[in-house]
Design a protein around this ligand. Structure first.
Ligand SMILES: Cc1cc2nc3c(=O)[nH]c(=O)nc-3n(C[C@H](O)[C@H](O)[C@H](O)COP(=O)(O)O)c2cc1C
Length: 169
């Protein structure tokens, strides 16, 4: 059983390419080591991220992300149990709202802005955009992404956070 969380937040300063490079440098190895997968959508001032994995790992990374001074007003919009990952194979993927492939998918599905759609539809768009991005990736990019094996951690004792949130079922 996995948990999938989606939250949005506001940046303290205009989001730069450098911010995304820094977030990716931290997130990618951490997510790989902890069996987390997901997708980060952002525009100039806002983030929308889906994170999925085992409950304890999702709770822990959410604690770290919430504390990150890059952003504030982190609002969890959905937290659900799932047997299947929506972004399996993507330890971390960040796409700007201005990315042409993403824009095409957003338009095709009849939306303007993912921050304005409900989260279920936002996840559908991100899933489709991830599939599209994968199709246009070079063989080297694919190799770099998929040569890394997700290390699933063994089930651990119920943590306090899981207990409080009733995450493990
Ligand atoms: C919008 C956003 C998304 C992030 N996503 C992740 C993530 O998926 N995985 C991760 O390990 N860190 C992520 N981070 C980075 C963490 O917040 C934090 O910087 C990282 O865990 C390292 O913390 P440290 O510098 O205190 O060790 C994200 C940060 C932001 C601002």
């Amino acid at each position: 059983m996995y948990v999938q969380t989606i939250y949005d937040s506001r940046a303290r300063a205009h989001i730069s390419d450098q911010d995304i490079v820094q977030i990716t440098a931290k997130a990618q190895p951490y997510n790989i080591a902890n069996g987390l997968t997901g997708f980060l959508y952002y525009d100039d001032w806002r983030f929308l991220q889906v994170i999925e994995g085992h409950p304890a790992q999702v709770a822990e990374v959410m604690k770290q992300i919430t504390k990150d001074p890059i952003h504030h007003s982190v609002k969890v919009r959905l937290m659900n149990r799932t047997m299947v990952r929506s972004f399996g194979g993507w330890p971390f993927c960040a796409l700007s709202a201005s990315d042409p492939d993403l824009r095409r998918v957003v338009k095709l599905m009849g939306y303007n802005d993912l921050f304005e759609t409900n989260v279920v539809n936002a996840i559908k768009v991100m899933k489709r955009a991830a599939g599209r991005k994968y199709r246009v990736m070079s063989i080297y990019e694919k190799e770099a992404l998929f040569n890394v094996h997700l290390t699933e951690k063994p089930e651990t004792r119920l943590s306090l956070t899981e207990n409080m949130l009733g995450l493990r079922g």
